[in-house]
Design a protein around this ligand. Structure first.
Ligand code: FAD
Length: 357
């Protein structure tokens, strides 16, 4: 067995920084103000990478920008990490009881919003999928690519599902409650989105007009790039081993994230079969269709990150049908006739068209 743990679309942030300097996107009549002062920082967080660019310069310089970002990331890690035993979610997961467990307003709100987003896509994204994620070796405990038995999958599925836990908001504060003491929640799918949103919000509070924040595959941008043009972001070509661009978009101040089945997976060397980290909560198994990635553009990376994994689980046809029905900007890449093929919903059109200018 071979385990390939490369963080999902980590490259994406590299593409972001590579691409935003390329010109040609934006209103040709708008006055373009090129700036040579740019504050740029990057680093590691949540087991992946982040990068932030502020054209025009950040008042606190690189050190100030890094501190701002890492303070925000710490709040998220302290609340939702399942990699840190001291994090609030880890403690809830370790609490093997069906008694109400007091949690912070912050964690309760995240869980509640995830449940809401999950319902929008018929449970294809399910934050109680943790036991299955662990069983397939994609959680904190890496099991070296072991394929679990059907009995193990069936057993884990007994405590996976949005009916197996609840958020209870009371005058005494919010609680999380397990209906089966074995329930474990996994918010990994929204961690990067929460991170990008948090930094963007902090920059907005400081009235920073132009920025690009990327945490792995989740990005938030505002205003203009250092060339005075709209930001451009690349969607990675999942069919190529090297980091190359499949499509280019202008997010136009919206949030954007991509979920892919092609960077975090293991291969069963005996059969050559590949198992990705996107788990279908219905079957309890990694998805097997030919959809390689799903990109969503919406109002926040929390929302896009919550949706993209579920839409990936649903596969391109259903994801695009859903996006067109609810007017959501969705871009899919799938493997067809030996090559990668991109399709998108009507709402995604404007972001591609802008990048063509
Ligand atoms: P996404 O597509 O956004 O999400 C996929 C992940 O969601 C899967 O890996 C699985 O965990 C889960 N998932 C799978 N199927 C479903 C489904 N149907 N519904 C819902 N969820 C599903 N990794 C480390 O190696 N070391 C660390 O210290 C570490 N710390 C972290 C701290 C935090 C706060 C978070 C959020 C993550 C951390 N990670 C860490 C995890 C790592 O970065 C993950 O690989 C990443 O968060 C998963 O997101 P993604 O972008 O790769 O994939």
């Amino acid at each position: 067995m071979l385990t390939n743990k490369i963080f999902k679309c980590t490259l994406f942030s590299v593409l972001v920084s590579g691409l935003f300097l390329a010109g040609g996107c934006g209103d040709k009549n708008a006055a373009r103000e090129e700036t040579s002062v740019v504050t740029k920082v990057s680093g590691k967080t949540m087991g992946t990478f982040y990068s932030i660019t502020v054209p025009g310069g950040f008042a606190g310089g690189e050190a100030g920008l890094k501190k701002l970002a890492e303070d925000e990331f710490k709040k998220i890690i302290d609340a939702i990490s399942t990699f840190d035993d001291e994090a609030e979610l880890s403690k809830f997961n370790a609490f093997e009881s069906t008694q109400p467990y007091p949690v912070s307003e912050y964690l309760a709100d995240i869980v509640e919003e995830c449940v809401h987003q999950s319902r929008r896509i018929d449970g294809a994204m399910d934050i109680s999928v943790g036991p299955l994620v662990n069983l397939w070796g994609f959680g904190k405990k890496k099991t070296g690519g072991r394929i679990p038995s059907q009995e193990e999958i069936d057993e884990a599925r007994k405590y996976v599902g949005s009916d197996k836990f609840e958020v209870r908001k009371t005058p005494h504060g919010p609680f999380l409650l397990k209906h089966d003491r074995r329930v474990k929640l996994d918010l990994a799918t929204v961690g990067e989105g929460l991170g990008a949103d948090a930094v963007a919000r902090a920059l907005d509070r400081l009235d920073v007009k132009n920025y690009m924040v990327a945490v792995a595959g989740a990005s938030r941008s505002r205003g203009m790039n250092p060339k005075g043009e709209f930001w451009k972001v690349g969607i990675e070509d999942p069919s190529k081993p090297e980091h190359s661009v499949f499509a280019v978009v202008c997010p136009l101040d919206q949030a954007m994230s991509t979920a892919g089945s092609y960077r975090n997976f293991f291969k069963d060397e005996a059969t050559g079969k590949v198992f990705s980290h996107a788990i279908d909560p219905v079957t309890g198994r990694p998805v097997e269709h030919s959809t390689l990635s799903v990109t969503v553009i919406d109002r926040s990376t929390f929302v896009t990150d919550a949706l993209d994994t579920g839409l990936l689980v649903m596969g391109a046809d259903k994801a695009l049908e859903w996006g067109n029905r609810y007017d959501v900007a969705v871009y899919t890449i799938e493997y067809k006739d030996g090559k990668a093929v991109g399709r998108h919903t009507k709402a995604f059109d404007q972001y591609l068209k802008c990048a063509e200018k």
